[in-house]
Ligand binder design. Structure first.
Ligand SMILES: Nc1ncnc2c1ncn2[C@@H]1O[C@H](COP(=O)(O)OP(=O)(O)OP(=O)(O)O)[C@@H](O)[C@H]1O
Length: 436
């Protein structure tokens, strides 16, 4: 038998739980779809399309609804000889200016051999190219700008809806669909942009547990073999999803993780609520580790100091008592320690991310309050996300025992010693730093 063998017990089609899967039907969005359909109706009538702005939190079906309706619109438009519809779908993640959006649109409209450079032209020239390419296209062009809030200025959001009125376009009708999960983006738009872009606004509210259950049931029927899911699994994934943020993506991810945990569990061919809980813990761990990895170098140093304080039984601890260890670690990492206030800012950031917790205490009779900090997640997990910092600073004696499991690569490379004394002055390899 080979090293790899195909699993067939749990999944029928695991890809149905992936982000890029487009469901055949959207569940629980009837009202929003009706409004959205009316906003797109002028396209089929051969009229000037409306501009549409969709907003709502992440994972509430804005993109899925857009793809679903535009697929139908494209198909239905083919029934009419006098409608020539083209749709350009642009995700603005990474496109931080109108200039970048405009060059990308020009390239979407042009053939492969005729693409333009995305730098080096004056903005006005790129707009001229855009109007020319759009107008020579003819018919109706719908431009979807997903994650529109990434665009740092609103020039293109002003120019595109007005291109026809401003005499830039004669033969092509353009409609703009903007999608955003940033509520402040809409509020901060200038009135002149808001009045055109937001002429049809559709809000997608968060899903409740009943909506999520229906969405998950639909996916599960495609993804899993019959009888694989125990009864409580979908309600549990939906309940967690509704409690967290009403985000369908998160609930679908949880269902997939539970399926993966069950698949790895060789003792069973069903998915249980226990698999959901284990999946949730694994996903949560992944999210927090990602949060730790995203911190700055000083954030890592502060956290490493607090981990060692925690292992020595010193927590909850005041920031002034974390400071000596932090300063020492910063020196070992050959960085200038931050002033106390900046160091405290890092503690607050760690608390905001849910990695540590803060408790306010009273100073006693003299009044005054102070804060105490302690780790709020398993120390092994934090250490494994801090392995680069530990390599830089050295393995502190308090973490020696855990290092082998939490950071096998670091443990293998490091020599360790006792105490908290200054490091060896002529230490040549930072990864071998020690506290002797
Ligand atoms: N009503 C629904 N029926 C079926 N699947 C849905 C529904 N709503 C969302 N989904 C699924 O949930 C996932 C997230 O949805 P989508 O990408 O549309 O969210 P979004 O609102 O655009 O989020 P973001 O703002 O983060 O881009 C996708 O896999 C999508 O297919």
């Amino acid at each position: 038998m080979g090293l790899f063998e195909r699993d067939t017990d749990i999944y029928r089609d695991r890809d149905a739980l992936r982000e890029d899967y487009q469901p055949a039907e959207l569940v629980g969005r009837d009202e929003e779809l009706t409004t959205y359909t009316s906003a797109l109706q002028p396209v089929i009538n051969g009229e000037q399309p409306n501009n549409v702005f969709l907003y709502g939190k992440t994972g509430v079906g804005k993109t899925a609804a857009t793809r679903y309706l535009l697929d139908h619109l494209r198909e239905d438009a083919e029934e009419y000889d006098d409608i020539a519809l083209d749709i350009i779908f642009l995700n603005c993640d990474g496109l931080s200016s109108s200039y970048q959006v405009a060059t990308h649109l020009v390239n979407e409209l042009r053939a492969e051999h005729n693409q333009i450079s995305t730098t080096g032209y004056p903005l006005a020239t790129v707009y001229e190219m855009l109007w020319e390419d759009l107008d020579s296209h003819g018919g109706t062009v719908l431009i979807v700008l997903d994650e529109i809030d990434n665009i740092g200025d609103d020039s293109i959001l002003y120019q595109l809806p007005r291109a026809r009125a401003n005499g830039k376009l004669e033969d092509t009708q353009v409609g703009l669909i903007g999608i955003s999960n940033d509520f402040s983006f809409r509020d901060d738009l200038s009135p002149k942009v808001k009045s055109s872009l937001c002429e049809n606004e559709i809000h997608f509210p968060a899903y409740d547990a009943t909506d999520l259950k229906a969405i998950l049931q639909q996916r599960a029927s495609v993804a899993f073999h019959d009888g694989v899911l125990e009864d409580g699994v979908i309600p549990l994934c939906a309940a967690y999803g509704a409690k967290d943020a009403g985000d369908a993506r998160q609930s679908i991810d949880l269902l997939m993780k539970a399926g993966d945990v069950a698949r790895d569990d060789e003792t069973t061919t069903t998915i249980t609520e226990g698999h959901v809980d284990r999946g949730r813990t694994a996903l949560e761990r992944g999210r927090i580790e990602e949060g730790i990895r995203g911190l700055t170098e000083h954030g890592h140093l502060v956290l490493y100091a607090l981990v060692t304080n925690d292992l020595e039984g010193e927590t909850p601890i005041r920031s002034r008592d974390v400071r000596p260890r932090y300063t020492r670690f910063a020196e070992l990492a050959e960085r200038d320690p931050l002033v106390p206030r900046r160091m405290r800012d890092h503690l607050s950031e760690l608390a905001m991310l849910g990695i540590i917790s803060v408790t306010e205490r009273n100073e006693g009779r003299r009044g005054g309050t102070y804060r105490e900090y302690e780790l709020d997640m398993p120390v092994e997990q934090v250490l494994s996300a801090l392995s680069e910092t530990v390599k830089l600073v050295g393995v502190h004696e308090s973490v020696v025992e855990l290092a082998e499991d939490a950071m096998p690569d670091v443990a293998a490379a490091a020599t360790h010693a006792e105490g908290d004394e200054p490091a060896d002055a002529d230490r040549s390899d930072a990864s071998l730093a020690s506290f002797e």
